[in-house]
Design a protein around this ligand. Structure first.
Ligand SMILES: Nc1ncnc2c1ncn2[C@@H]1O[C@H](COP(=O)(O)OP(=O)(O)O)[C@@H](O)[C@H]1O
Ligand SMILES: CC(C)(COP(=O)(O)O)[C@@H](O)C(=O)O
Length: 294
């Protein structure tokens, strides 16, 4: 590395939203979603570099140059200097696991470290949230990813503004099967889809708060994806199969991905065997931690 090159690296976790409601606003700190989701142990590692040899801002995802609009917005909010951003993904992209939010957070925290910006976590979280909102790549992932655990986003607002809570959980496996990609912005720009999301999301939240447990979260999420019409036939089939094997499954929002947990002890193998009929089974844990500078 050239002598006057500065660089820093941060990890930000994945997040699966189970259900949500969109809150629109002209203020990007107020535009957001409420809902509930799970932060995972895997995520995105982001390295930022500035200095000699870096003449323009570039974003690389697993070594390939990409548009990286959300990440670019984060860079532009923090510095006028050109930055090379390199994301290494340990999770699938465009699959409802909040890869865009994780990349935005990793960029914000790594840049804060590399350029000695001395910003607090709240400020960095808000910058990542605003970048997500401006690029229609997410509305609630950043808030959850900045906290960790099973996060309930109870009232609207960016991190530091909304009111958040958590469902206390024991160590738990989360299994995912990705069936294909789904662009978050394509769904968020569809008015009819957002209307049914909001109706189903509001009632899912009411039901969750009556009994805020992981099991009830999964049941609320499953009914949300059915009631919104987001679940296609394959996803419905998988959800039914997983239930018959002692688990509960739903669709990761907003992705063409199923996520599942065991409901009964010793059901793990039956569930993963059933899921493997539909694709590679990805195994994660619930992560009660958050962003790390590495
Ligand atoms: N960490 C990342 N680095 C660069 N580009 C990313 C990253 N995460 C997502 N993207 C890109 O951003 C766009 C929006 O992704 P999105 O559908 O929000 O994905 P996700 O559901 O994984 O958050 C896509 O074009 C995707 O390829
Ligand atoms: C569901 C979504 C709007 C998008 O999530 P993803 O596709 O993972 O970026 C999320 O940010 C949320 O508000 O809950």
């Amino acid at each position: 590395m050239p002598a006057d090159r500065i660089s820093a690296k941060a990890f930000a976790p994945a997040h699966i939203t189970g259900f949500f409601e969109v809150h629109d606003s002209t203020d990007p700190l107020r535009k957001c979603s409420t809902g509930c989701g799970i932060v995972l142990n895997e995520g995105i590692e982001t390295t930022v570099s500035c200095g000699e040899g870096i003449e323009k801002t570039t974003v690389l995802l697993d070594g390939v140059e990409v548009k990286g609009s959300t990440i670019r917005t984060v860079v532009e909010s923090l510095t006028d200097r050109p930055v090379k951003v390199e994301c290494k993904a340990y999770i699938p992209i465009e699959s409802g696991l909040g890869a865009s939010g994780a990349g935005a957070l990793g960029t914000a925290y790594a840049l804060n470290c590399a350029l000695e910006l001395n910003l607090t976590a709240s400020k960095l979280n808000q910058i990542a949230h605003v970048a997500e909102v401006k690029n229609s790549s997410g509305l609630g992932d950043v808030a959850a990813q900045s906290l960790g655990g099973v996060v309930i986003r109870k009232t609207p607002g960016a991190p530091g503004i909304g009111n958040y809570d958590r469902i206390p959980v024991k160590k738990q496996d989360i299994w995912c099967v990705v069936l294909g990609e789904l662009s978050t912005s394509s769904v968020l720009s569809n008015r009819e889809a957002v209307e049914s999301i909001n109706l189903a999301g509001r009632s899912a939240m009411q039901r969750l708060m009556e009994k805020p447990t992981l099991e009830n979260f999964m049941l609320c999420s499953r009914d949300f994806t059915v009631n919104t019409g987001l679940a296609d036939n394959t996803i419905t089939d998988i959800m039914e199969t997983v239930e018959s094997k002692g688990g509960i499954a739903s669709q990761a929002m907003l992705g063409n991905t199923v996520f599942a947990v065991a409901r009964e002890t010793e059901a793990d193998e039956k569930i993963t065997d059933a899921l493997s009929e539909y694709g590679e089974v990805l195994n994660y844990k619930i992560n009660t931690g958050s962003i790390k500078i590495i």
